[in-house]
Design a protein around this ligand. Structure first.
Ligand SMILES: Cc1cc2nc3c(=O)[nH]c(=O)nc-3n(C[C@H](O)[C@H](O)[C@H](O)COP(=O)(O)OP(=O)(O)OC[C@H]3O[C@@H](n4cnc5c(N)ncnc54)[C@H](O)[C@@H]3O)c2cc1C
Length: 355
């Protein structure tokens, strides 16, 4: 049987592209390893404001408007709940920050998200003397739960192979690709930092930024909102558990947790909390970040049936649904990709002696 697509990698990118295929009745098989996934580690937060400088992330409004119904459609089909809307409460370190917040809240791209009413801190276990600024329309997607629920559906339909993709075994001809026993018209690589070992696309400048988080338990806190100070403190579905993160490390490209990151997170947390907590886990992943901070989407320079969806960076939850739709429309409906995300912007770095 000739499939329409093989999808390699099943994090947020692979899931989002699979959903485009599902919605458009395309046949496909996903091939993915599971041990090196940034998505499984992700806090899963979507937050349409950069809270360090009170600015707007690239294309945030459009991404959010696409992403929320996208996730709810999957929730309905899989009969599960993964998205929890949550406010983000930004601790003000000084009155000057409150003024900057109010100035930012006048800007059209930030006005829908930055409340002009500051919130008093009523939680005795949080250190915040200058009130909170409230970000609205933020929240959290339980990414690991989403991936598991989606994978179960794929497994039931015999569309998921849990194994490493071996690029050396792929055979490419003009009309189709063959891989072990599979034949498909097209292949889309969604392999996150695994791109580094993909001989077809490793000319692309994916830097990768390692991040680590802690999972803590505290019976005192009782938060039903996200707090942002030096770290994000995100309530989890398990009672009294919170995710604390994240770190940013630009040179370490290993997937192991480190003592250095644990200390950094504990120091920042201790500046925010005045209650006991227990650290119950520590996780590490590598974000697929790109030097120009834009996704990597598009067609291989020579192999016209080979595509890439990557570079989701630090905000995969918001970015993945929309860019997956842009890639699908590019391939199937010949709608040009936005030049900001198209991998053609790096064509000068492609050498013809690459695969
Ligand atoms: C600590 C941390 C916290 C984060 N917090 C957030 C957050 O709160 N909100 C947010 O939006 N984003 C967050 N992110 C970023 C987010 O995780 C990424 O943007 C997103 O998950 C990237 O998804 P992806 O599918 O491109 O890559 P990945 O999730 O890494 O998925 C790639 C998949 O491909 C597989 N793979 C790779 N190579 C091969 C191969 N050869 N054969 C088969 N399979 C292969 C991998 O095993 C993996 O399963 C965070 C990241 C980190 C590290």
């Amino acid at each position: 049987m000739m499939l329409d697509y093989i999808v390699v990698g099943f994090g947020l990118a692979g899931l989002s592209f699979s959903e485009q295929l599902h919605q458009n009745n395309n046949s496909f098989v996903v091939i993915s390893e599971e041990d090196k996934s940034s998505s499984v580690v992700a806090g899963g937060m979507y937050n349409p404001v950069i809270l360090k400088r009170f600015t707007s992330p690239w294309n945030a409004i459009a991404q959010l408007e696409y992403a929320i119904p996208f996730y709810s459609q999957i929730e309905s089909r899989l009969n599960t709940v993964v998205n929890t809307p949550l406010s983000v409460l930004r601790v003000f370190n000084a009155v000057e920050e409150q003024n900057n917040w109010l100035i930012a809240s006048d800007k059209p791209n930030l006005a829908p998200f930055l409340s002009v009413n500051f919130k008093k801190n009523t939680n005795e276990f949080i250190l915040a003397d200058n009130d909170f600024g409230v970000v609205e329309r933020a929240g959290r997607v339980q990414v690991a739960k989403l991936l598991n629920a989606y994978k179960s559906e794929l497994l039931n339909n015999n569309c998921y192979l849990n194994e490493a993709f071996n690029h050396d075994v792929l055979k490419i001809s003009d009309d189709y690709l063959s891989y072990k026993g599979l034949k498909a018209k097209k292949i889309v690589f969604c392999s996150g930092f695994g791109l580094k070992s993909n001989p077809y696309f490793n000319y692309l400048p994916l830097n990768g930024t390692k991040g680590e988080v802690l999972i803590i338990k505290s019976e005192n806190l009782k938060l039903d909102y996200i707090v942002k100070s030096g770290v994000f403190l995100i309530p989890l579905e398990k009672a009294d558990c919170y995710l604390v993160g994240a770190t940013y490390h630009w040179t370490d490209k290993t997937w192991e947790v480190t003592e250095e990151a644990r200390l950094e997170l504990v120091n920042k947390l201790d500046a925010l909390l005045c209650c006991d907590y227990e650290i119950i886990d520590q996780l590490a992943g590598i974000r697929p970040t790109v030097k120009d901070r834009r996704p990597l989407v598009g067609q291989h320079p020579e192999h016209k049936n080979m595509y890439m969806l990557n570079g989701l960076g630090t905000r995969g939850v918001m970015v993945a649904p929309m860019v997956s739709s842009e890639l699908f429309n590019y391939i199937e409906n010949e709608i040009a990709l936005d030049s900001e995300i198209d991998i053609k912007r790096f064509s000068a770095e492609y050498k013809n002696d690459s695969k």
